[in-house]
Design a protein around this ligand. Structure first.
Ligand code: ZN
Length: 81
């Protein structure tokens, strides 16, 4: 058994808030229509504490698309269809 390869485990994203090193709980998916194509998604990560301030920051600029649990960050957006 020699499976001690560093960095091969599941990635644990950290909160994107400045100075915060908490493990991310939420993924904030956003898009700036001035610099991104419409289907492009940037992702910020947020811990429980910073979810509100980070999403408010993006929401004020109309950039925020959706907020999902970190585990679902690559999932397609919900479609109520
Ligand atoms: Zn944080």
């Amino acid at each position: 058994m020699t499976d001690s390869v560093p960095g091969s485990g599941p990635e644990e994203p950290q909160c994107s808030a400045r100075g915060c090193r908490a493990a991310a709980v939420w993924a904030l998916r956003w898009n700036n229509p001035k610099i991104h194509t419409q289907d492009r998604r940037k992702v910020w990560f947020a811990c429980e504490e910073h979810r509100e301030s980070l999403s408010a920051f993006l929401g004020r600029r109309d950039f925020l698309k959706d907020v999902v649990p970190v585990a679902d960050r690559d999932a397609p957006p919900e479609d109520a269809g």
